[in-house]
Design a protein. Structure first.
Length: 382
């Protein structure tokens, strides 16, 4: 390894890399031999960064790209500020009015850029971004004089008459958080970690009620015999009139899962030629992502819906599925280097708001003899 490469790696580990250095590393590490040099160097010289040394190529590249985006954002903001000071020194008072309006737009753009991805956000139909966790519990006026009410970890949309055109909001809930929304028709949607819901600001009488889900949500739909309610997820379309059900459909999963608690509903794949399959309470529909095949099975619905109350139940869970759920619940990165665990199945019940990830991993170590190391929000299973 040349001294130049070593210096760039050291800067990267110390979070001191410039954009130029990050771009260099991004191209350099794409080669397998360079990736091995990178990981070997960290293992020997920076043991505290063991998580990075054990990470695969995809995760390392993602980390570098995230830092490039962060640096680029800072550079653009700094450039913008330099221009502001430059023109402030030479423009006349007549131009200052226009400059003030530009500054207001600039501030709005800056807010969009620097939104914390770890916060629950609402994107309004006009594109404005609202960090819901920063707001007090009160009535809030958004686009077109639409009023919403924030109640702790929930927002409520009231029905407003006279609206004839559909417009959509997007509610985004990051890993480690949960949030609820009451739609304008009174239907309540509980959103799980790492999920987003695109929904109409107001439903319109005579038109189907349709929302779009990426992630997991529990729906308690208000009964309406005229206007059907549809949930469009990554692999499936769920049609209901009034019922309680859970939909789990993350992009990174190979399937969509619909659990019916009460009422009745129909499930189909995204293809136009797919027929609707009816589901009864206490049953699960599993929609395969690749061929849209639907499998129906009877289940204990509490295992799949207890997350609403903050209780997550693992029953005969394989290690890969359990890791995915823990990453979403606690906003951590877990790498499994013990492939022997793939043959095992695990049982546990977690109260998320009362038990930390350290306590969960301690339980798994004690009961299942799972050995691990933890560095900040990264966990290595050995």
């Amino acid at each position: 390894m040349t001294p130049l490469i070593e210096r760039k790696i050291i800067n990267f580990l110390n979070c001191k890399s410039s954009i130029e250095e990050l771009n260099f590393l991004l191209k350099w590490i794409e080669k397998k031999n360079n990736l091995k040099v990178f990981k070997d160097y960290i293992s020997v010289n920076h043991f505290s960064n063991l998580a990075m040394s054990r990470a695969n190529q995809e995760k390392i590249i993602k980390e570098i790209k995230d830092r490039i985006n962060s640096q680029q954002t800072k550079r653009e903001l700094n450039f913008s500020l330099k221009n502001i000071f430059k023109y402030a020194a030479i423009i006349s008072i007549s131009i200052a009015v226009g400059y003030y309006n530009q500054m207001r737009k600039g501030v709005a753009d800056e807010k969009k850029v620097v939104l914390d991805p770890n916060k629950v956000t609402l994107q309004t139909s006009s594109g404005n971004q609202i960090v819901l966790e920063n707001l007090d519990d009160k009535l809030i006026e958004i686009d077109d004089e639409i009023l919403i009410k924030k109640e702790s970890k929930k927002i409520v949309f009231d029905q407003k008459k006279g609206i004839k055109k559909l417009s959509y909001n997007i509610l985004t809930v990051p890993y480690g958080k949960r949030f609820d929304v009451e739609l304008s028709d009174g239907s309540i949607v509980n959103l799980n970690s790492g999920s987003s819901l695109k929904f109409p600001v107001q439903f319109i009488n005579g038109m189907e009620r349709k929302v779009y889900l990426d992630g997991e949500a529990f729906f308690n739909i208000s009964e309406n015999n005229k206007d059907i309610f549809k949930v469009v997820s990554n692999d499936a379309i769920t049609e209901v009139y009034g019922t309680q059900f859970n939909v789990k459909s993350y992009k990174e999963d190979s399937f969509s899962e619909i659990i019916l608690v009460n009422g009745s509903l129909g499930v189909k794949g995204l293809s136009d030629n797919q027929k609707i399959v009816s589901l009864k309470p206490g049953f699960r529909a599993n929609v395969n992502q690749s061929n849209e095949k639907i499998e129906i099975s009877k289940v204990n619905t509490k295992i799949y819906t207890s997350w609403i109350d903050g209780r997550v139940i693992f029953r005969d869970e394989n290690i890969d599925s359990m890791i995915l759920k823990l990453e979403r619940l606690y906003n951590v990165i877990i790498t499994n280097d013990n492939k022997k665990l793939s043959d095992n199945f695990f049982n546990a019940t977690i109260v998320v708001e009362e038990e930390s990830i350290d306590e969960v991993m301690g339980y798994l170590k004690e009961v299942y003899n799972i050995k691990y190391q933890k560095f900040n929000n990264k966990i290595i299973i050995k």
